[in-house]
Write a protein that binds this ligand. Structure first.
Ligand SMILES: [Zn+2]
Length: 371
């Protein structure tokens, strides 16, 4: 089957049955992810001029590698699967792109050879590849995780095993995934005295994606570890509290409703996951010729405006919990701002938002308009 994406043409095997099964070699549902990757690489090249080499660590059809090579990167495509390697070679040739193609275990490759940018895009958890990625990468590690059920606590044991953290299934489950993933990656990088700074992060339908800029200094690794902590969450009233530090001090009862159905999640990343200036630069690098340009630009706008709060709320879930009708999002957020709080939309859904107000303050600020 022939597909065109981002100006390159690819041959991919087999019938595509979209929505039924994840395609092994080419997943059309990840086009937004790949469009944003190319825009991010363009913006990153402006930010860090020495960055020239890019490793597509699980290349499959070669789609990321071909697109990066067509954009001028010094690309290496790697896969353990022989069929994938052949396919990637064919697709590079088809587009007159030069790249190194490696048929080997990518962990061995990453330990052997330094790259400026490493892109981990495995099926499922990226953690089996994280240590090798941080061992030698110079500038930027891009990570996709598609195991959203383990990440958000819905598949609890699997999440604990993969991420050495306690994920909890809450009303902000996609963001739980973002913060569990970032925490695990920060701890992996810290083993190599590398500090991570997430500069763009999004949770989109069936995956989490984050771009981590690296700093090779022990003090930067310490600073990243300082961003970790725990979230205490009340299942009854949806109160939540962030507690920095690796030692948890869980709440027995909820400070808002006195309930005792409290959850503790962590260690999770509590720090910022977006760099608004960088995201604005990424947005400028999304041409209209990209298949997902409108969605990708809208996503960048929302991400750049998101407040740095470790969790978000969903207005509809709050209103259901309160037994009140929901309000238009703009009016709801205006009520919060009028009461003196910060408030922004969040990219996790059309009725999600972030605020520095706590659950009681949110209700007090908005209830008059809801009744
Ligand atoms: Zn409560």
């Amino acid at each position: 089957m022939r597909v065109t994406e981002g100006g390159v043409e690819l041959e991919v095997p087999g019938e595509q049955t979209e929505g039924i099964e994840e395609a092994v070699f080419y997943n059309p549902r990840q086009e937004l992810n790949r469009d944003l990757t190319i825009a991010t690489l363009r913006a990153y090249r402006e930010r860090e001029e020495r960055a020239t080499s890019y490793l597509d660590a699980m290349t499959a059809s070669g789609v990321r590698g071909v697109r990066a090579a067509a954009d001028g990167w010094d690309v290496t495509c790697c896969d353990v699967d022989e069929q994938a390697v052949d396919l990637a070679r064919d697709n590079l040739e088809r587009n007159d792109c030069e790249a190194t193609v490696e048929h080997r275990n990518v962990n061995a490759l990453m330990h052997d050879e330094p790259f400026d940018v490493i892109d981990l895009d495995p099926y499922g958890t990226p953690m089996p590849f994280a240590d090798a990625a941080f061992a030698n990468c110079r500038d930027l590690v891009c990570v996709t995780a598609t195991d959203t059920a383990p990440l958000c606590g819905a598949h609890f044991n699997s999440g604990v095993r993969s991420y050495s953290a306690v994920p909890r299934n809450t009303d902000y489950h996609a963001e739980m995934g973002v913060r569990v993933l970032t925490s695990a990656l920060a701890r992996s990088a810290a083993r190599f005295d590398v500090g991570v700074e997430p500069i763009l992060t999004h949770a989109t339908s069936h995956y989490v994606r984050t771009y981590l800029e690296l700093e090779h200094k022990a003090t930067s690794a310490d600073a990243a570890i300082d961003e970790l902590g725990h979230i205490y969450h009340c299942e009854d009233c949806l109160y939540r509290e962030a507690d920095p530090g690796l030692i948890a001090d869980p709440l027995e009862t909820c400070p808002h409703c006195d309930g005792n159905r409290m959850l503790t999640a962590g260690p999770v990343w509590l720090g910022p996951v977006q760099d608004p200036d960088f995201i604005a630069a990424v947005r400028d690098e999304i041409p209209y010729t990209f298949g997902t340009a409108p969605q990708a630009r809208e996503l960048c706008d929302t991400l750049a405006a998101e407040l740095d709060e470790p969790t978000h709320y969903d207005q509809h879930k709050l209103c259901r919990n309160w037994g009140l009708p929901a309000n238009a999002m703009d009016d709801f957020l205006a009520d919060l701002r009028d009461a003196g709080y910060e408030a922004s939309r969040a990219h996790y859904g059309g009725t999600t938002f972030k605020t520095d107000a706590n659950i009681g303050e949110i209700r007090a600020a908005t209830a008059d308009s809801l009744e």
